[in-house]
Design a protein around this ligand. Sequence first.
Ligand SMILES: NC(=O)c1ccc[n+]([C@@H]2O[C@H](COP(=O)([O-])OP(=O)(O)OC[C@H]3O[C@@H](n4cnc5c(N)ncnc54)[C@H](O)[C@@H]3O)[C@@H](O)[C@H]2O)c1
Ligand SMILES: O=C(O)C1=N[C@H](C(=O)O)CCC1
Length: 269
Amino acid sequence: MTDRPGIVITGASGRMGQMLIKTVLASDKCRLVGVLERTGHDWIGQDIGTATGGQPVGVAVTDDAVEVFAKAQAVIDFTAPAATVGFAGLAAQARAVHVIGTTGLSDDDLKAINAAARHAVIVRAGNMSLGVNLLVQLTKKVAAALDEDFDIEIIEAHHNQKVDAPSGTALMLGEAAAEGRGVDLKDVSDSGRDGITGARKRGDIGFSAIRGGDIVGEHDVLFAAAGERIVLRHLATDRAIFARGALKAALWGQDKAPGEYDMMDVLGI
Ligand SMILES: NC(=O)c1ccc[n+]([C@@H]2O[C@H](COP(=O)([O-])OP(=O)(O)OC[C@H]3O[C@@H](n4cnc5c(N)ncnc54)[C@H](O)[C@@H]3O)[C@@H](O)[C@H]2O)c1
Ligand SMILES: O=C(O)C1=N[C@H](C(=O)O)CCC1
């Protein structure tokens, strides 16, 4: 018997799933007790070590969330919105900490996740890296210090397989800029410009998304005024930064009261 928390990773074959499995297996603070993939995936039933081209690790890939969550103290989930909403309810029933990295969640998805957090700990963030969470704080401060003479634009770049835009990180940065300015992002957000858009509206917060190659994740927050510009930038070059943050959140959540938390809570910033 061991008191190291048991972790389940969802989306085992995904870019983040594989990075998370590696991170958990390398840690002496937790145990990998299960890995989940969608029904019909080739890896179901295989040992996850063998499936990824290495030695067996004694954990078979499953599509049975109820059965595998029952063994978990934490579920780390970087999958897709519909899957994540379902997992939130199941992880709460199992009283496991649910760490959510999935982005592209709708308002209805967020409501369902919030309801699940009445019964268990959920830590959710569009970006789990220390650097981005510091950038969010800086963005809020700079936006609060400047007036609307400075146009705020958020420019993000990701790999060519990313399915949602603006990125979860861009939205976190936009929320922080809006909060710093004392406005609601919904009232000032301007994304997806195309065609005869008219001049930029004073006070808007703009979003632009680049997709290409294997870019891990890049974010600029631009404050542009007449005669000067400030650029706050984060460049991710390795998905390990997200996996480390997610594992930190899973361990941090073990002794917390039910509720919805974010990486600022975990990092204490
Ligand atoms: N918060 C962060 O720090 C952060 C960092 C990186 C990626 N992300 C987000 O994580 C998510 C996944 O990113 P990715 O690049 O790994 O994507 P990916 O497409 O490589 O992986 C997603 C995996 O989820 C699996 N999946 C989908 N539905 C499932 C289900 N019902 N049950 C089990 N598995 C299921 C897919 O089969 C796939 O293996 C995206 O929303 C992305 O934006 C967040
Ligand atoms: O690769 C992705 O997808 C990423 N998603 C997050 C986002 O939407 O901001 C974090 C960066 C990588």
